[in-house]
Design a protein around this ligand. Structure first.
Ligand SMILES: [Zn+2]
Length: 162
């Protein structure tokens, strides 16, 4: 269970686990904006969204680190050739054997059968079509995806965070 932490000015900061969230409340460092339906005791429930009492300086790295997992997240865990969600691998659009690099703009999620069919060829050479050109995701893209997966994106929109 993750709790969304907002800065004192209601801008998004990060997410923390419920233990950390409860600590922030006990130490009076944060106030509860929205409770979840998960209870710790009869009186205390796990907060869904917290707001810090004091403004902290948020430091964001603009770049999302290049990892296999982050490519899957960017591509919503869908093969970028056929759309299937099984046996996912990473495909180098321009194959490494042809000088393709391991970077966001050259890597996509591909299921094993599609990746195997494509082999050491470009999509054009293999007669395959990419559903979407690979792009470098931003931190904001990832935050939105995470908030959606937590089911709090609508509440945060209502609070004016996004
Ligand atoms: Zn596929």
């Amino acid at each position: 269970m993750q709790t969304v932490v907002l800065n004192a000015d209601f801008s998004y900061l990060n997410t923390v686990n419920w233990k950390k969230a409860v600590k922030l409340i006990i130490k009076e460092k944060a106030e509860v904006l929205v409770d979840s339906d998960k209870r710790i005791t009869d009186e205390i429930s796990v907060p869904l969204i917290l707001r810090l009492v004091n403004l902290v300086k948020a430091v964001y790295k603009n770049k999302v680190p290049y990892t296999k997992k982050n490519i899957f997240i960017r591509d919503r865990h869908c093969c970028q050739y056929c759309g299937k969600r099984d046996f996912l691998t990473i495909d180098h659009v321009l194959p490494e054997s042809q000088g393709g690099k391991s970077e966001y703009t050259n890597c996509v999620t591909a299921c094993f059968p599609c990746n195997n069919m494509k082999g050491n060829r470009t999509p054009e050479q293999a007669g395959m079509k990419l559903r979407k050109a690979p792009y470098e995701p931003t931190v904001m893209d990832f935050l939105m995806l995470k908030m959606k997966s937590l089911g709090v994106d609508k509440t945060l929109k209502e609070l004016g965070v996004f």
